[in-house]
Design a protein around this ligand. Structure first.
Ligand code: KG4
Ligand code: ZN
Length: 339
């Protein structure tokens, strides 16, 4: 198999139907069709609506990605697909499409871990060598600190959230502030008009090494809003965001210092947060750590990250998944590819 495998990756774990195509570490196409607007009036993703939207969008999204990459299905060296974690019905649409393609074309099929692929998207920055790093994975369902030695073969989990994930906290506080769904981008926008130091919200689990807890922060923000009805909402949003960003970066940089690793990769939907990106740059520069954050469009769910992880696995000689593998709603972070 080529060291620059041509890989098509399919992502359907939540509300984005996406197909990415890479050659080695080069991104050729990333097409995303989102059903987010169909869920907005429910204030959260409705699994059945998401599954139907995936089914409707899939053929077109595949065709558009092939067109954008200027390749045909026969040229592919492998097919990757998100096998979990995620919404089961949504995952099944992606894994069924991927199985269909792999069987019809007789191509190797890789069922990959959605969480690992968020970090693996960093490999698409070809200007940087693949070095061992600390990964801060912050998405709607996860907040984890991991040690990445070899993305294709597995990572070591140093810590994670014991209750709400960072993105979940953004979404819940946005609802309390009566902002649109999804809450992260809405808080990010509102916070730009606020003072991040106006309210000193708690930094949960400051004493624990790498674990996170955001439920106390959530309670503190809602109690503050009940007790201070005249509060300036932008100040609340900015101060809440500051507390999350502070805890995430303090622990991520502690992991860099204690492991001696000099690269920090921040990935997952919350890595699109403007305050997190600015503050991460300032703190990593001060600590002489190299910061890697994917472009904003590759932070939230996309097919390119699935193709990226699959490509790394193919190049590392990882065996393809057994055809017929099942989808899983929860999966440990340290297993990148299903066997
Ligand atoms: O990684 P992702 O797209 O999906 C999951 O795998 O969960 O992450 C989605 C999460 C949501 O909670 C969303 O509110 C959050 O990422 N998010 C943000 C921003 N953009 C997306 N959170 C804070 N600031 C943002 N700009
Ligand atoms: Zn995700």
């Amino acid at each position: 198999m080529s060291s620059q495998p041509l890989v098509l990756g399919i992502e359907t774990s939540c509300d984005e139907t996406s197909v990415g195509i890479v050659r080695g570490r080069t991104l050729l196409a990333n097409v995303i069709s989102s059903s987010v607007e169909e869920h907005a009036r429910f204030g959260g993703v409705v699994p059945e609506i998401a599954s139907r939207a995936h089914l409707e969008a899939m053929p077109n999204v595949i065709a558009q990605a092939l067109e954008a990459a200027q390749v045909s299905l026969r040229d592919l060296d492998a097919i990757g697909v998100t096998a979990g974690p995620g919404l089961i019905g949504a995952l099944l649409v992606g894994t069924s499409a991927a199985h269909g393609l792999a069987l019809a074309l007789d191509k190797p099929l890789y069922g990959v871990n959605h969480l690992s692929s968020h970090i693996a998207v960093d490999a698409l920055d070809e200007s940087k060598p693949l070095t061992p790093a600390i990964g801060l994975l912050v998405s709607g369902g996860h907040s984890s600190i991991i040690e990445v030695q070899d993305m294709a073969r597995g990572v070591r989990v140093l810590g994670g959230t014991i209750d709400d994930a960072a993105g979940e906290a953004f979404d819940k506080i946005a609802r309390i502030l009566e902002l649109d769904f999804p809450g992260g981008p809405a808080i990010d926008r509102l916070a730009r008009d606020g003072d991040p130091n106006s309210i000193n919200f708690p930094r949960g689990l400051a004493d624990s090494e790498y674990d996170f807890s955001f439920s106390g922060l959530k309670t503190a923000v809602s109690r503050y809003l009940q007790q201070t009805p005249q509060a300036h909402r932008a100040d609340v949003a900015a101060s809440f965001q500051e507390a999350i960003v502070d805890v995430l970066l303090t622990k991520a940089l502690k992991a860099c210092a204690e492991t001696g690793l000099e690269t920090l990769i921040i990935a997952g939907g919350v890595a699109a947060n403007s305050r997190l990106r600015t503050e991460a740059l300032a703190r990593t520069q001060a600590a002489k750590i190299e910061l890697r954050t994917p472009p904003i469009g590759l932070c939230t769910d996309n097919g390119a990250m699935v193709a990226a992880l699959t490509s790394l696995a193919v190049s590392a000689g990882v065996a393809p998944s057994t055809v017929g593998f099942s989808t899983l709603s929860t999966v440990p972070l340290d297993q990148p590819v299903w066997l």
